[in-house]
Write a protein that binds this ligand. Structure first.
Ligand code: ADP
Ligand code: ZN
Length: 485
């Protein structure tokens, strides 16, 4: 048996590597930079923990969350590997002690937050000892395109170039976005990195979309089919999270909840209840999840439409990390689109990009194509047109969800009115200078596809069609895809 396999067996007790792990480990041991994109649950940590054990010097691991660091350190401790975390939760004396131990070569892996890199005690330390490897975990935090942008991550590159002898650098992420990857490479200054990009397919996950008339009823129906199983229910807002939490605990479910508005103590308490099994269910906003290692999550329900395929896949992917069959269900109602838009308009992210992502989620939910094929294609991966394990392929997608025709048309008219109000406000012009009421009504009847089509609406001049038409056409296009018209 070679050294890698025997180390794997000795310290981790695993008989073999997962796809990609061994080649990444060999690249790091040979002193190469690396960019590793593995899906959640793919086994990222091992890819740097094992080299850290074999390399002569210390390995630094830059990690975004204190809880994540502490968790990793205690797992390494349990395996007899000496590791420590340096973060604001530790006293100054404690930090000094850790750094002294590290300088004596008694620590294999040192975890720290990106903010720590600039602290004076650490900067002094970093100039001295032999650093064999620097790992950047959750490296997508570097990119403002990414899921969890963290400005301090931007400074890692500066830190690296300040080191007297720059060690190999390895970046790890589960984000599949191409621009995020490019950002990581350029911001960290990776040199000819060994690049590993795993397939993002998770065959054990069954993707389903449901368009319930009443979400609460649908949720109870779903939960009744999964008694005692562990699952996460994602909501868009804190208010919904609390409301759902009350409803479920009132109905006798063992449930915890989590969102960004909770105090740190409360977060830990709620998170632990779920991780430790005291609660079967976790109702949460997207604030919950990063670094959560609970392998037996049997389902992830999205109570409302998430804002992008990236967010969706990241969150849904928390199901079934143990490889057993698990379900990712999305509840969708056309109403969600409006809420999603409002969130986009009130955020600072680029509106056009964010809208395109939201619209992609609408296309996902509209169930025209295999759900898995859709997601994989979004991440640039080729996949068969039918997976046989989603609600589109299995035909369990209820076809009778379409509301009566008049209701749909009223909804579109409503939306067009809202667009007109917004443009009028932004441009400070009268609403009827944009389009008149009867013109909006005609648009609903004619469903124009292009600015040229708009000219068929009686009274619309080329000037108005070109100056204002774009956003109206976008709404009409979206509505069409929503209702497959
Ligand atoms: P992530 O990529 O999400 O960070 P982790 O590193 O937490 O994933 O690994 C996910 C799970 O897979 C962990 O429970 C880990 O112990 C396990 N694991 C990692 N590598 C292997 C392996 N080669 N064989 C068996 N289990 C593994
Ligand atoms: Zn499918």
């Amino acid at each position: 048996m070679d050294e890698l396999k025997s180390t794997l067996l000795k310290y981790w007790g695993y008989p073999s590597f997962r796809p990609g792990q061994e080649a990444i480990i060999r690249a790091l041991l040979s002193g190469r930079d690396a960019l590793c994109v593995l899906p959640t649950g793919g086994g990222k940590s091992l890819c740097y923990e094992l080299p850290a054990l074999l390399l002569p010097g210390i390995t630094l691991v830059i990690s975004p969350l204190i809880s994540l660091m502490d968790d990793q350190v205690s797992r390494l401790d349990a395996r007899g590997i000496s590791a420590a975390a340096l973060h604001s939760g530790i006293t100054r004396a404690g930090r000094r002690e850790i750094l002294e131990k590290a300088a004596r070569g008694e620590i294999r892996l040192l975890y720290l937050s990106p903010e720590r890199l600039a602290a004076s005690d650490f900067a002094a330390f970093a100039r001295r000892p032999d650093i064999s490897l620097v790992c950047v975990d959750e490296a997508h935090c570097i990119s403002s395109w990414g899921y969890d942008f963290r400005p301090a991550y931007r400074k890692i590159g500066i830190f690296l170039s300040s080191l007297p002898d720059r060690p190999p650098v390895a970046a790890f992420t589960a984000s599949a976005d191409m621009r995020v990857r490019e950002d990581i490479v350029s911001s960290l200054g990776l040199r000819d990195p060994y690049t590993h990009i795993s397939s993002f397919d998770r065959p054990n996950l069954r993707f389903t979309v449901e368009r319930p008339e009443d979400r609460r009823t649908a949720l109870f129906r779903f939960l009744r089919k999964h008694p005692g199983e562990s699952g996460i229910i994602y909501c868009l807002t804190r208010k919904d999270t609390e409301r759902l939490f009350r409803m479920l605990s009132g109905a006798g479910y063992r449930v915890s909840f989590y969102h960004g508005g909770l105090s740190p103590e409360e977060r830990v308490k709620q998170g632990n209840a779920f991780l430790g099994g005291d609660a079967d269910l976790m109702v949460a906003t997207s604030a919950f999840g990063m670094g959560i290692d609970k392998s037996d999550v049997r389902f992830v329900v999205h109570y409302q439409l998430p804002s992008s395929p990236e967010d969706y896949y990241q969150e849904a992917g928390r199901a079934g990390r143990d490889g057993l069959p698990s379900e990712c269900r999305l509840f969708f109602s056309p109403k969600d689109v409006r809420i999603g838009r409002r969130l986009i308009d009130s955020s600072e992210k680029p509106r056009k990009e964010e809208r395109a992502k939201l619209h992609a989620m609408v296309r996902y939910a509209s169930g025209e194509t295999c759900l898995r094929a859709f997601l994989l294609a979004w991440f640039g991966e080729e996949a068969p047109a039918f997976c046989g394990n989603c609600s589109v392929c299995c035909g369990t997608d209820s076809p009778d969800w379409l509301p009566p025709k008049e209701m749909r048309e009223a909804e579109l008219l409503d939306t067009l009115h809202a667009v007109r109000r917004r443009i009028a406000k932004e441009k400070k012009i009268r609403q009827d200078r944009i389009f008149r009421d009867d013109e909006l009504r005609d648009m609903v009847l004619l469903l124009p596809k292009s600015k040229a089509d708009l000219l068929f609406v009686e009274g619309v001049s080329p000037f108005r069609a070109f100056a204002f038409g774009g956003e109206f056409l976008e709404e009409i296009r979206l509505w069409r895809s929503l209702y497959r018209q």
